[in-house]
Write a protein that binds this ligand. Sequence first.
Ligand code: NAG
Ligand code: NAG
Ligand code: NAG
Ligand code: NAG
Ligand code: NAG
Ligand code: NAG
Ligand code: NAG
Ligand code: NAG
Ligand code: NAG
Ligand code: NAG
Ligand code: NAG
Ligand code: NAG
Length: 819
Amino acid sequence: MYVGIYFRVFLSLLPLWVVDGNQCPEGVLTIHPERVVVKYGDFVEVNCSASGPHDGMGWEATVGNKPIEEDIHLITWTVEELTDWDVEAQCFINLEDEQCIKTLTVVMYKDLEHAPVLSANHTGPMIEGTTYLLQCAVYNVAPVRTLTVMWYRGDVLIGHSPADNSTELPSPVNVTASLRITPTKHDDGAQFRCEAELNLGQEGPQPPPPKMISQSVSITVHYGPVTTNCPRTIEISEGDNLETFCPSEGNPRPTVRWLRDGLSIDPSRPLSREDSGVYTVNVTGLLSFEDTIEVFVMYGPVFHCPSSYIVEEYTAHNLSCEADGYPRPDTQWLKDGEEVVLPEELSRGYGGQYFILANSTYGNASHLLDIKVLYPPSPIAELEDTEVDVVGSDVVLKCAVHGDPRPQYEWSYPWVSNVWVKTEDGVSLLHINGTTEANIGTYVCFAFNKLGEARRSVRVTVKGVQASCPIQFSSANKPVNETVVEYNKNVSIRCSAPGHKEILWTVSRNHRITGDTWTEKALTDWNVKPICKVTLWNRDPCHKLFNVTLFKTPKDLSIRFQNHSGPLIKDKQYTLLCEIQNVAPIKNLVVNWYKKEINSSRSVKNETFPDNSIKTPQNVSSTLLIRATKSENGAQYWCEARLKLGDHDTSATSQPLSVTVYYGPVITRPNVSDLPVFKDYQEVLVCEAEGNPKPEIIWIFNNKSIKGGNLTIGTEMAGLIHCRASNEVDVATKTVKLVFKEDYLPLIAGFVAVIVVITSVIFIFIYSIYYTNTKMGRYSLKDAKPNTQNGNVAQNGLDSNFPMKKLSQQNIYVLDGTP
Ligand SMILES: *[C@@H]1O[C@H](CO)[C@@H](O)[C@H](O)[C@H]1NC(C)=O
Ligand SMILES: *[C@@H]1O[C@H](CO)[C@@H](O)[C@H](O)[C@H]1NC(C)=O
Ligand SMILES: *[C@@H]1O[C@H](CO)[C@@H](O)[C@H](O)[C@H]1NC(C)=O
Ligand SMILES: *[C@@H]1O[C@H](CO)[C@@H](O)[C@H](O)[C@H]1NC(C)=O
Ligand SMILES: *[C@@H]1O[C@H](CO)[C@@H](O)[C@H](O)[C@H]1NC(C)=O
Ligand SMILES: *[C@@H]1O[C@H](CO)[C@@H](O)[C@H](O)[C@H]1NC(C)=O
Ligand SMILES: *[C@@H]1O[C@H](CO)[C@@H](O)[C@H](O)[C@H]1NC(C)=O
Ligand SMILES: *[C@@H]1O[C@H](CO)[C@@H](O)[C@H](O)[C@H]1NC(C)=O
Ligand SMILES: *[C@@H]1O[C@H](CO)[C@@H](O)[C@H](O)[C@H]1NC(C)=O
Ligand SMILES: *[C@@H]1O[C@H](CO)[C@@H](O)[C@H](O)[C@H]1NC(C)=O
Ligand SMILES: *[C@@H]1O[C@H](CO)[C@@H](O)[C@H](O)[C@H]1NC(C)=O
Ligand SMILES: CC(=O)N[C@H]1CO[C@H](CO)[C@@H](O)[C@@H]1O
């Protein structure tokens, strides 16, 4: 209890025994009493007695001196009022050879008159644990070495300071006794006092002089704050509060503040689970300090867990399904009654319902959790290559997979309209309704969900049937199968195939084009063989030749006779030659021969050329065999070279070649052998002959010959007369027998003519009257004139031997004659 108190002695009450140098033998001299304690100013009396004979004895004293006397054995030293603090008294005896002295011990004292004054060497409150000095000032103390200071806390003596024996000073002094104290909190408010007394021993006055008591001094001790029950971590039940923690005492009275995240909280508030955390306790009293305290609010398990969870297979799941609670609960996962531990990555087998249990000392909880594990489509199993036996049969391809989410399907196949796909209940069926060669190819089923895909590719074939090649050509957006191109002109053909992957053209060995269009600015390769090759989705690659007919328009046609020039001779055969330069392709060439006769022209021969494979330009000739007949004369022949190119037909025509046929004369008139002639008429006999060149005609009669065809008949000519026609080719002769006759016919003819005239006049008269009266209109006589041509026809006289006019006019008899 008083651990902190230290004593220190400043004063001592031990008496000072003075022994003088000349000690008397025992029993020689006796002082009684040997020691006196005398109060200042009191009467003192001490007997000094000698036991034997002496030469004198006396008291030598600073006051009350007793001079030597002989013959006495008792001498008394007396001071009425002793006030000399430095009094010394010795009793001496003179013996034979020595003086023997005994010193009287005089202790002079003074009653303590004043209460000691207690003070501390500090004003204001004391701090616990600090050492302070309590001082007790005692005044007018004599002799100081008899002073004892007693220290009291309340009524308890806590120490005494013995008299200071360091000084012999007999006269009154002021002394201060000190006591070190190190106050504790228990000393707060304690009363301290000191008591001073003179300890004068047995010889002192009885009862001893009263002790003097200081006033009580109470001290204030400041301390703390001292906290108790303030652990680093606190576990607390829900509903309890923090008030009971970290109570603090101290002087001045400390304040305890609880802080969380820097904010003051009310420690009396009941805590809930959310209040777990780190708190700061700030205790401020004499000192201020802060402690951090982790508070755990205890509660039963609570699940923070979704009721369903979706995760992709084999990906790290972040499912957080812990049961909250303090202390930490044990959790147990049960699936189908079995305990399971979820791995970090879930496989599809982990899908299902889980029952999760949690228990702790604070309670139990359970939770139902559905885990859905998504996974990509499984491999496609059932889809197989299919061979169709007969064209037209139906085919069904089945594609089915597992997967979560349920997979979607897509098919890739040769696109033909008889194919349709139906997906139902997670199964996709591809139907081919009536398989044709167009359906031959690869069928790919894709099954996919967001996690992946599965695919399988199978072939559909038809027994003994080749797949068709779907290549189509087009030019200027029009479908074409072939094209016709003029030499050195441009061509552009596009190749297409539905569902193609890649298209390329191979025009020649060194000329390949990637892309669908083959274009030439000037096509000059006579043997061009453009082939379009396609790679197709879902089909075998295929290619097609695009037929190009490169042509060169025929020009420079010439027509002539082969091995002949000049006119033809009748009845001989001649060959007409038509020559065409630089034309291609010959297989498309047709040489048409035309002949123009009198008014009309007609086709006489069409020559085509054997289907040869020559594509380059050639010189071609065509021949026409003709027989020179009379009718051929004047005919014109020409040839036409035509390239049969469909819409692009092109042709060239030669100059016409006129044919001249030389033939012998054929006398056409006279065509009778006997010719009756009327005597009185002057008639002209005509001899006409056909022939080429024009025959020369001579009349021969009576050994005379007359040139020219017209011969005026004279009677001297009666008899045979010959007409001779001749040209380079031949000579023809016609002999006519002239027979002269009398003539009545002019009379008859005149009569008939008069009747006709009269009849006509009457008719005209009647008609004109009728028209004048009715005013219906007018006819011009001119309109009614008979056709004069009739007259000419008659004049031609082909069928009549009648002379039509009088012989006065020079009439020509036209006589028909046959060669
Ligand atoms: C009081 O006395 C103690 C002990 O001797 C000393 O440590 C302290 O410093 C003193 N205080 C004053 C204010 O003098
Ligand atoms: C004072 O007293 C102490 C013990 O109380 C003693 O040890 C010391 O010697 C004395 N001093 C003198 C001068 O007598
Ligand atoms: C003792 O103290 C008192 C009061 O302070 C003073 O009057 C007196 O003279 C002092 N005595 C001595 C011997 O110093
Ligand atoms: C305690 O709180 C008081 C008042 O807000 C503040 O002055 C003091 O510095 C705090 N104590 C500590 C150790 O931070
Ligand atoms: C878990 O992952 C999902 C998707 O990646 C995300 O939306 C969710 O916030 C995550 N949850 C946690 C607790 O990380
Ligand atoms: C929880 O329950 C199981 C079984 O019922 C038991 O073994 C375990 O000790 C319990 N745990 C606590 C913390 O109560
Ligand atoms: C198959 O094609 C035939 C002929 O076009 C048609 O009549 C029939 O309905 C089709 N069948 C199906 C299932 O489409
Ligand atoms: C192309 O040829 C096919 C068959 O040979 C025929 O059916 C089609 O009509 C032809 N198309 C053209 C544009 O000539
Ligand atoms: C292309 O020409 C070849 C040979 O001339 C022929 O057999 C084939 O039928 C032609 N193709 C077309 C599409 O005209
Ligand atoms: C020659 O062909 C044309 C049409 O191309 C035809 O009109 C004519 O009759 C043909 N001629 C012969 C002699 O076949
Ligand atoms: C013969 O007479 C006819 C008819 O009068 C005439 O056309 C023809 O020119 C004449 N011929 C000659 C050679 O005088
Ligand atoms: C102090 C003391 O003892 N005094 C005595 C001295 O002697 C005379 C006579 O014998 C006595 O009367 C005193 O009492």
